[in-house]
Write a protein of this length. Structure first.
Lengths: 246, 578
């Protein structure tokens, strides 16, 4: 068994008087591709936010890439966050700048401030940047303004940013929920086949995609885990139970 | 009709039904309308009665011939080479004041804006910074509630007639306003990209450089140019205190009744303002932000299409231009640090405390405050009238309005009307309100009315432009949809375009009212009425303890009008325009 990338022990997050997620016990091993399934509002986004420390857990214990998040000083947390890539449906690209600057966002954590600001003033597309864009088929667009690109191209820019960050853990929050099936499969293929094996945690709305791209799936309902299965054992009964309205 | 919306279907979707809301009845709406009408009418009637007590003469018949002289000499302005050289010199001085003042204001604004903006701080800032922010907020409110002219008068008593007075008098209130707007702009930028960079472990400064500034830059730039445009107008007004520039020449010529010179100077002011106005409008339009309120409506980048080279490259002369302005002017910072300044500042601050009542005591103060309010109300009435008359013509045409079927003669007429009304508005807002006031004081007896008229004409020039810009952005698709189902054109417009138009007018009128209260100081200085006049009189008489009282009173009035305006705007569900 490889080392665990993420260990959650009785982890929970409470907003005011409402538990967004509660009593989560989950161990994700390095190299696993875990799908998080569940109806809207089940706490999928909250769970992913707990995993990179942008939202501290209010109960229990979160350990990511061998580090316990509770009480981590800001500098240490930032160092850890550099090793965790995030991609969401919103993409979070800056429209007004060139593609190069957007993908450089992935390695700002490794650059000192001076170099980062200098790169903003004098854009220089180095080999790594070109390589990352090439993997998503956008090498030509390195100096384009991001807002000029189409929706699908922008999606791939966000992936190139992720590739350039070289994360050990990727958290993808509904990355494909607004895409057609072919594009969704393309994006997931890119996420699942990086240069070196990483751990992927992806929240999805389509069980079919989980079966095809992931190794393991957990179901989240009203903030609690309701199943934890290899994806080949995801069947209709499990899913019906997950999504049934009460 | 068989079309029916089945409201009972909703619960079966599984979404929790919203708690039952009490329906708004037609009666509530009618009551609200009535209250709104009273809110407009009662202050208007009150202000008018205060400005024109029954039985008093309003028009100064003796002065009418002077106005006639003034108008007659418009046809032959003073164009002798000697005087033109004076005018050119004064124009350069005014331009320098405006450029240096704006530059300093932007430095203050950027620093203050970063400190005040929540977006620029990753987490809750440390307690020391939070204290500093609270303090800064207070200082900025105070700084911008005092008019440039009053700042200038205060600085004159410390620095003497140093050009630095004009630069500082622009820099401080403009800097305070810019800091507020910059902070709001930075907070208005979508937070996602910045958060994403921070989550990927980026350091604080690079995260701002990559995630916040590129998105905010067009808005910040646009606002900076707008401020420069305002600074030109302010720099003219500031001439009144005697630090030089077109304003000073204007007041000198007006007071010596050299009407021909007045017209030459007015022409110069117009040229300078028009150039700044056009340049800034063009640059701002290229950055696709016509008004800052566009951003909040999410239309930030919809019109980014035309980009002409000259306007962009003209922006490149800004920095060299500032350096030249600095070198060419006799503005030097040495005045700030000289022992004499320090001594005079000390003495001024000592003199200003404790505050004392003006001669006449409380009654004088109790008269001046409502006078100021009445003046601002009447001024806004004039400004709204100007807007309603010229605004609809001053709008840029839409494709729908200029449809191809319109006859050429009609299109020509429309174009001519548009140019005429835009020129009129430019004249109204470019000629400083002090000049309007001096002219009004020739024809009317001193009091609230001439001040209100002067301020109203000037504010009308600004208000009509703001409102016309907002009107251009009104969505006309609802009207087109009504037309498409056979509604007559005028009815479709009344139903679909008039309500948003009135809303824009009300919003901007409220917003300008706050500024108008502050601007009453300008016309007060030349002797109209209200707190501004008391302030000018007491400054001239070196009664500094009284000046403190008056400053506190104007500050309180500004705050009160801002809070009142915010309340009303909130009731109208209108965001604050920048």
């Amino acid at each position: 068994m490889p080392a665990p990338a993420v260990v959650l022990r009785q982890a929970g997050r409470r907003f005011a008087s409402h538990d967004a997620v509660a009593d989560i016990d989950l161990t994700i091993y390095s190299g696993e591709r875990l799908a998080v399934l569940g109806p809207s509002g089940a706490g999928k986004s909250t769970l992913l936010s707990l995993l990179n420390g942008s939202l501290p857990a209010t109960s229990g214990d979160v350990e990511v890439l061998g580090t316990r998040l509770a009480g981590l000083p800001p500098a240490r947390l930032r160092a850890l966050q550099r090793r965790i890539g995030i991609i969401s449906q919103r993409l979070d690209l800056v429209d007004q700048v060139r593609v190069l600057h957007n993908i450089n966002g992935g390695r700002l954590g490794r650059w000192n401030s001076l170099r980062a600001l200098a790169a903003l003033a004098w854009p220089h597309a180095d080999a790594a940047a070109i390589a990352a864009l090439d993997r998503v088929g956008l090498a030509w667009a390195v100096h384009e303004r991001t807002e000029r690109l189409s929706g699908g191209e922008r999606q791939r820019v966000a992936i190139a940013r992720l590739l350039l960050q070289e994360p050990e853990l990727v958290l993808a929050d509904e990355p494909v929920s607004s895409l057609d099936p072919a594009r969704a499969a393309g994006i997931l293929n890119l996420l699942c086949a990086p240069a070196r094996p990483v751990t992927l945690v992806v929240s999805l709305h389509q069980p079919e995609l989980a079966r095809r791209h992931c190794t393991r799936a957990v179901g989240l309902r009203a903030g609690r885990l309701v199943f934890d299965l290899p994806t080949d054992r995801l069947d209709d009964r499990v899913l019906d139970n997950l999504y049934t309205l009460t | 009709m068989t079309l029916q919306i089945d409201a009972a279907r909703e619960p079966t979707t599984g979404v929790a039904a919203a708690p039952v809301r009490r329906a708004t009845t037609g009666r509530t709406v009618a009551t609200r309308r009535l209250i709104g009408l009273l809110l407009v009418l009662v202050p208007l009637v009150w202000a008018w009665q205060r400005a024109v007590p029954a039985g008093d003469d309003v028009v100064n018949r003796g002065g009418l011939s002077l106005v006639a002289d003034l108008l007659a000499s418009a046809l032959h302005p003073q164009l002798s080479p000697g005087f033109l050289a004076v005018v050119l010199d004064a124009a350069v001085v005014t331009l320098t004041f405006a450029a240096l003042g704006t530059a300093a204001a932007l430095v203050i604004g950027l620093a203050g804006g970063l400190l005040l903006s929540d977006a620029a701080w990753h987490r809750r800032p440390p307690p020391a910074v939070r204290m500093l922010r609270l303090l800064l907020r207070g200082v900025l409110v105070a700084a911008r509630s005092i008019h440039e002219l009053v700042w200038a008068l205060l600085f004159v008593s410390v620095l003497g007639l140093d050009p630095l007075v004009a630069v500082l008098a622009i820099a401080i209130p403009f800097g305070a306003q810019t800091a507020k707007v910059f902070a709001e702009t930075l907070d208005g930028v979508p937070a996602g990209p910045l958060q994403a960079l921070r989550n990927a472990g980026a350091r604080a400064l690079p995260a701002l450089g990559y995630g916040l500034f590129p998105a905010a830059a067009p808005l910040l730039l646009s606002y900076s140019f707008y401020r420069f445009e305002c600074a030109i107008r302010s720099a003219v007004v500031l001439g009144v205190v005697g630090v030089g520039g077109l304003g000073q020449e204007l007041v000198v010529s007006l007071q010596s009744r050299n009407w021909d010179e007045v017209w030459t100077l007015v022409g110069a002011v117009l040229l300078l303002s028009a150039a700044a106005d056009l340049w800034s409008t063009r640059l701002r339009r290229e950055h696709a932000v016509v008004t800052c309120s566009d951003w909040s409506a999410g239309k930030g980048r919809s019109s980014r299409s035309v980009r002409s080279r000259w306007a962009r490259s003209s922006a490149a002369i800004v920095v060299p231009g500032l350096i030249v302005a600095w070198l060419a002017s006799d503005v030097s910072l040495s005045g700030l640090t000289s022992p004499r300044t320090r001594e005079l500042t000390g003495r001024l601050l000592e003199d200003m405390w404790p505050p004392a009542l003006p001669p006449g005591g409380w009654p004088a103060l109790a008269e001046a405050v409502p006078d100021t309010i009445a003046m601002a109300i009447l001024a806004m009435a004039v400004a709204v009238a100007v807007t309603m008359v010229t605004g609809p013509w001053a709008m840029r045409p839409r494709r729908a309005a200029m449809d191809e079927h319109a006859r050429p003669a009609r299109r020509l007429l429309r174009g001519a009307l548009r140019s005429a009304s835009r020129t009129l508005l430019l004249v109204l807002r470019s000629v400083p309100p002090t000049v309007w006031a001096v002219i009004a004081l020739l024809a009317l007896f001193p009091g609230i009315l001439p001040g209100a008229l002067a301020l109203g004409l000037y504010t009308g020039g600004i208000l009509a432009r703001l409102v016309a810009e907002a009107w251009e952005g009104i969505d006309t698709r609802p009207r087109d949809a009504l037309r498409a189902i056979g509604t007559p054109g005028w009815l479709a417009s009344t139903a679909a375009v008039v309500p948003p138009s009135v809303h824009h007018l009300a919003t901007y009128t409220l917003y300008r009212f706050e500024i108008c209260i502050r601007d009453t100081a300008v016309v007060g200085v030349v002797g109209a009425a209200g707190l501004g006049r008391l302030l000018a009189e007491n400054l001239a008489a070196f009664r500094f303890p009284t000046v403190t009282t008056l400053l506190i009173a104007s500050f309180a009035l500004s705050i009160a009008s801002e809070l009142f305006g915010r309340r009303l705007r909130h009731a109208l569900r209108a965001p604050a325009p920048a």
